[in-house]
Design a binder for this molecule. Structure first.
Ligand SMILES: [Zn+2]
Length: 237
């Protein structure tokens, strides 16, 4: 059951809201999890920090690094930021290879990132495109290549803020009931985006309702929704 799970988000807090429970669950089940942020979201997602007089970009990055590291630790994951800049996040050839190398080094069985569309955020679709491409470079085309490749990781998209506008169709619910306190603790570390804590706590309850109806399992109280991109291979249905 133990899995290697890697979450790659555009900004340093993205993983907490949308995949924190799945990360904590994987670690509780004996797996290993790594969170990679392409940027700190220092310009576009740190509004509360910029209200302080004399604030600097370096200080915002430092605070965001501490928040994300503590949040990841609360879930049992490691955290690393490639610090590529945000609003706009731009992926050049070097950045793409850095992301591909990160995937190759960790060799995840499960890779999680953004949806390909988000009308409210200019960086999230850029992150999706980069991660999707980097995944292909890390794994090759599923055949032997002229460069080292890893076993193709399953690709999941986490739930965006307004899913119906982001091309998101939930195909998998993860029961996060046993780890909800860990997710709450991780969310509480994100002091620069406190307004999202209530929102995502409510979302976990709503998805718990949907998961109960889909599974008939009345014990599911909280869930996270994901969209599976690559077909799952099974020995029987
Ligand atoms: Zn973001």
């Amino acid at each position: 059951m133990s899995k290697r799970v890697q979450v790659i988000g555009a900004h340093s807090a993205d993983f907490v809201w949308r995949a924190g429970g799945a990360v904590a669950k994987a670690v509780e089940n004996g797996g290993e999890a790594e969170v990679i942020a392409l940027s700190y979201g220092e310009r576009g997602e740190s509004g509360q920090l910029w209200k302080e007089e004399g604030q600097t970009i370096e200080n915002v990055k430092k605070i965001r690094h501490g928040e994300a590291e503590r949040a990841a630790a609360a879930l049992g994951a490691s955290f690393r930021c490639l610090d590529l800049g945000d609003y706009p996040l731009q992926i050049d050839g070097d950045a793409l290879m850095q992301i591909a190398d990160s995937i190759r080094e960790f060799a995840p069985e499960v890779l999680i990132t953004h949806t390909d569309t988000d009308p409210f955020n200019p960086d999230h679709p850029v992150a999706y495109a980069a991660v999707d491409r980097a995944r292909g470079l890390a794994a090759g085309a599923g055949v032997s290549s002229a460069f080292p490749t890893i076993k193709p990781p399953a690709l999941f998209l986490f739930e965006p803020h307004q899913p119906e506008l982001c091309n998101f169709m939930p195909t998998v619910f993860v029961d996060i009931t046993p780890v909800i306190e860990k997710k709450r603790a991780a969310m509480a570390e994100m002091k620069a985006q406190q307004y999202l804590q209530t929102y995502y706590a409510q979302r976990a309850e709503q998805r718990g309702n949907h998961a109960r109806r889909a599974s008939g399992n009345q014990d599911v109280q909280f869930a996270e929704a994901f969209q599976r991109v690559i077909p799952q291979v099974v020995t029987e249905l």
